[in-house]
Write a new protein. Sequence first.
Length: 175
Amino acid sequence: MERLALRYVERFATTRGKLADYLVRKARERGWAGEGDARTVAEDLAEKMAGLGYVDDRAYATAKAAALTRRGLGAGRVTMALRQARVGAEDVAAVQPAVARDRLDSALAFARRRRIGPFAPAPVEKAQREKHIGAMVRAGHSFVLARLIAFADPGQTIDVDTASAIGPCGDDEPC
């Protein structure tokens, strides 16, 4: 099982949780005949790999959050992706300030890719604008920020000061 773990961490950036899940799945596929419960052994092995420096949940969270925000995904989707990768709550909380700081750039990247608001080729009707807002909210952006961008006319620049006044969750309420 240790060879499987080493092979996995040399090929993929991963978390302790994902590594443990992989090892349990492989043990189940091959018929676990080792000592103890496969889940316990896998989690112990994942901790050992983290202790050796092969697995670093904080570095994984930082890299994954940066990649997702560059793709235009908002804080909600970044948090969901990190939780699905079984990153610990303290590591997720550590990357939240960077995600919040880049929320406008991320939202504009998403709008540019999907041709929403200031990146639309022509003004859009109300129904299409509502679809654009829905797409931005599903991408993890706050409703207020999505609305601000979707209601922008084609070619209009988004005022950074107006966008900066929006709280990290889209209003003055805490997340």
